[in-house]
Design a protein around this ligand. Structure first.
Ligand SMILES: NC(=O)c1ccc[n+]([C@@H]2O[C@H](COP(=O)([O-])OP(=O)(O)OC[C@H]3O[C@@H](n4cnc5c(N)ncnc54)[C@H](O)[C@@H]3O)[C@@H](O)[C@H]2O)c1
Length: 356
C-alpha cells in the first residue's frame, strides 16, 4: 500500500496520542516531530524513529511530509497550519480550529488556496454512539429536532494539567457544540452562557464550569453543561494506567417523535477496589495490548483514508469554523453578561477567557 509520510507539530498529550495511532497504520510513516520543548519532541521522535525539531518550519521544509498533524495549544494553530498549507501538506488540526474567527478564516482560506485537505479533530464524530445519534436524527427517527442537552465534566486533574491556559468552553465544550451543530445543521441565532467559579477558579483563575444555551434560528435549543471540576477521587485510581477516569458525560436529544439518551458516565465498565469506584474511558482512546483503539483510531484512519482516496474529511474547516463561532459567542456572553447574537463579526473577541 502507498506510504503516506506525516509530520507532527506539538508533541504534548494529544500530539503523542495521534502520532502513535497514525504510526500504527500500515500505510503511514512519521518523518518528523516538532515541538518548542526539545525533550518532548525528542521523546516522541525517538519512539516514532524519526527526526526531532524545535522549529516546525524546519521540520516541514526538510522532511516535506505529505500530511501533518497539528496539536499545538488552542491559540497557536495558525502559524503551523499556514506553513503546512503553503507547502502542500494535508492537515489534521486539533480542535478548536482556532480561538478567533480571523485565525479560523485565514486557516480555511489558506487550505482552499493551496488545495490541501483540512480536517478538524472533532473526535466525537468518530465515536460510534454519537455517530449513531446523528444518523438517527438525519433519517428522521425522532421527527423534528427540538432540543439537545449535553453534559461533559472532567476530573479536576484536567484543569490542573493545562494550568489555566484556556477555559473549559474552549477546551471541552467545543466538542459538544460541534455535535449539536452536526445534529441540527441550522443557523444559530444566539448564545447565552454563565460561568461558575469554585475551587478551579481559586487555584487557576479559569472557571470551574459553565452552562451554555444555544438558540437556533428555527427555535430549537441546545443546552450544554461543561466543566473540569470533578473531585480528585474520580480519576485517582492509577492501576491499571489505562483505567484513567474520563468524566461525567451525557447527550440527550428530544424530537417531535422521539428521544435519544446517551449516558456516557459509566462507559459500560466500572469497578470498585480499595481505592474506590472507577469509571474508565472505554470509548475515546482506550488501549488494547498497548495500542489505541476507539474513536481516536477511527478518526485518524479516516484522515489518512481521505488522503489515500482523495475524499473530503467528515469534519471540514467550515464545520470547525461554525463551532468556533458558537464557542466564542459563549465566551463573550460570559465576559459581557449578555445574550450574544450571531453571526459574529471577524473582530469579535472574548478577551483572555481565563480572567472572566
Ligand atoms: N480531540 C480531543 O479530544 C483533544 C483532547 C485534548 C486536547 N485536544 C486539543 O489538542 C491541542 C493540544 O492540546 P494538548 O492537551 O495536547 O496540549 P499540550 O500542552 O499537552 O501539548 C501542546 C504541545 O504543543 C507544543 N507547542 C507549543 N507551541 C508550539 C510551537 N510553536 N511549535 C511546536 N510545538 C509547540 C507545547 O510545547 C506542547 O508540547 C489543543 O488544540 C487541544 O484543545 C484535543
Amino acid at each position: 500500500m502507498d506510504q503516506v509520510t506525516f509530520g507532527v507539530v506539538g508533541s504534548g498529550f494529544m500530539g503523542t496520542v495521534l502520532a502513535q495511532v497514525a504510526s500504527e497504520l500500515p500505510y503511514a510513516r512519521c518523518v518528523g516531530v516538532a515541538d518548542i520543548d526539545p525533550l518532548r519532541a525528542r521523546t516522541l521522535a525517538d519512539s516514532a524513529g524519526c527526526e526531532a525539531y524545535e522549529d516546525f518550519r524546519q521540520m516541514l521544509s526538510q522532511q516535506r511530509p505529505k500530511a501533518v498533524i497539528i496539536a499545538t495549544p488552542e491559540d497557536l494553530h495558525l502559524g503551523p497550519a499556514i506553513a503546512a498549507a503553503e507547502q502542500g501538506c494535508d492537515i489534521f488540526l486539533e480542535k478548536p480550529l482556532a480561538t478567533s474567527l480571523q485565525d479560523a478564516d485565514e486557516i480555511v482560506d489558506a487550505c482552499g488556496r493551496y488545495g490541501v485537505k483540512l480536517m478538524v479533530g472533532h473526535l466525537l464524530r468518530f465515536e460510534v454512539n454519537y455517530a449513531m445519534i446523528e444518523s438517527a436524527i438525519r433519517e428522521g427517527s425522532i421527527g423534528r429536532f427540538l432540543s439537545a442537552y449535553a453534559r461533559r465534566i472532567t476530573p479536576i486533574s484536567e484543569s490542573r494539567r493545562l494550568r489555566g491556559r484556556v477555559s473549559p468552553i474552549t477546551y471541552i465544550a467545543v466538542h459538544d457544540i460541534d455535535q449539536m451543530l452536526w445534529y441540527h445543521p441550522h443557523a444559530v441565532r444566539s448564545v447565552y452562557a454563565r460561568a461558575i467559579r469554585g475551587r478551579v477558579w481559586e487555584e487557576l483563575h479559569t472557571y470551574d464550569s459553565a452552562w451554555l444555551t444555544i438558540e437556533f434560528a428555527d427555535g430549537a435549543l441546545g443546552v450544554h453543561e461543561v466543566g473540569w471540576c470533578l473531585p480528585e477521587g474520580w480519576a485517582g485510581w492509577s492501576k491499571p494506567a489505562s483505567w484513567g477516569g474520563f468524566g461525567d458525560v451525557c447527550m440527550n436529544v428530544i424530537g417531535t417523535d422521539g428521544v435519544i439518551n446517551l449516558n456516557f458516565t459509566p462507559m459500560n465498565l466500572y469497578a470498585c477496589t480499595r481505592d474506590g469506584w472507577k469509571l474508565p474511558d472505554t470509548r475515546h482512546w482506550p488501549k488494547m495490548e498497548g495500542k489505541y483503539v476507539g474513536a481516536v483510531k477511527q478518526e485518524v484512519e479516516h484522515f489518512f483514508d481521505c488522503i489515500l482516496h482523495d475524499r473530503e474529511p467528515r469534519v471540514t474547516g467550515a464545520d470547525g469554523r461554525r463551532s468556533v463561532e458558537v464557542m466564542l459567542a459563549a465566551e463573550i456572553s460570559i465576559a459581557e453578561d449578555r445574550i450574544v447574537e450571531l453571526p459574529l463579526t471577524q473582530g469579535s473577541v472574548a478577551g483572555p477567557a481565563r480572567h472572566m
